[in-house]
Design a protein around this ligand. Sequence first.
Ligand code: NDP
Ligand code: GDP
Length: 327
Amino acid sequence: MPKALITGITGQDGAYLSEFLLGKGYEVVGLLRRSASSDVIGERLRWIGVIDHVRLVDGDLMDLSSLIRIMASEKPDEIYNLAAQSFVATSWQQPILTGQVTGMGAVNMLEATRIACPQARFYQASSSEMFGRIQAARQSETTPFYPRSPYAAAKLYAHWMTINYRESFGMHASSGILFNHESPLRGIEFVTRRITDGVARIKMGRATHLRLGNMSAQRDWGHARDYVRAMWLMLQQNVADDYVIATGETTSVKDFCDMAFTAAGLHAADHVQVDQALLRPAEVDILHGDPTKAMTKLGWKPQTTLSGMVGEMLEADLARLASNAAR
Ligand code: NDP
Ligand code: GDP
């Protein structure tokens, strides 16, 4: 039975990747950082139905000793480094922490792997945010980067360190440059979940308005379930490499919003208010990925449509509110 270690297992992608790997017969071990809220920390793993099938081990991306100890005792075949301070807006409020966790934390993982488990295959969660102020209309593996936030700069450091460990030490280390991917398990602070949760609240009479920031920003949104499959495919290749994972379609926040309100039988114009406080110090106006390499070399393609995903997220938020499980 192959063994996988996932950092960030309590996050959105960690839950979907656990489900996927368990389905493939893997033993799944997850890194869990200590929290005073241990009763809610496994909420996503519970929601997706895998909490009793994964093993959680104590550690933190900023504590190299914990990572070395885990690598030495677990000896995983595959390592998925998904842990990060992952919210762009927070990265301006906590730039140093973001650098430490999202940037240096990845290097801690690479070091622990090199020291204690060098044969393992390593996946780094890189991000389309690294393209920032885009240098080409469609972004591929060869498009130059232009990070526009402390988060993006930290991810870019981790990305290049992953490439350097591959080239310097011969490690099987790959980066997935993933464009935005969402699901019912997306953090509530990200715009898609903010919208579907807000629409569900309005539909159920618990709110009248939804406040949003820049409505004209455009993103290439896919479903997390499809994107974790790409992570696994990367680690099954003989040679490690970097891949853009995207749908190849881009949509504005306004259009996503209209889709969600329409799916609920409501009109966005009656409920949406633009809140200047939600604008960012610097914006990534548009991201539009070119996943040709992943489609050709990995045989990957997304299976969920945007409208299907909006419907799934809205249904889940309506169900959460109906059961009072949501705040
Ligand atoms: P989430 O924010 O949902 O999950 C982040 C995870 O990192 C959580 O499990 C969190 O644990 C963990 N974490 C944070 N700090 C530490 C730490 N110091 N030590 C150990 N664990 C820590 O992210 P997603 O699942 O959405 O994304 C997964 C990865 O992919 C992230 O690296 C993200 O930046 C990247 N990415 C995501 C994209 C997306 O659209 N979703 C696009 C491109 C890249 P806790 O639950 O304790 O907070
Ligand atoms: P990001 O691409 O990783 O920053 O993902 P987000 O979901 O946080 O943001 C996507 C885009 O939506 C960005 O351009 C934001 O400026 C824009 N946006 C507009 N309103 C909001 C909002 O209320 N919350 C968030 N998080 N983003 C918003």
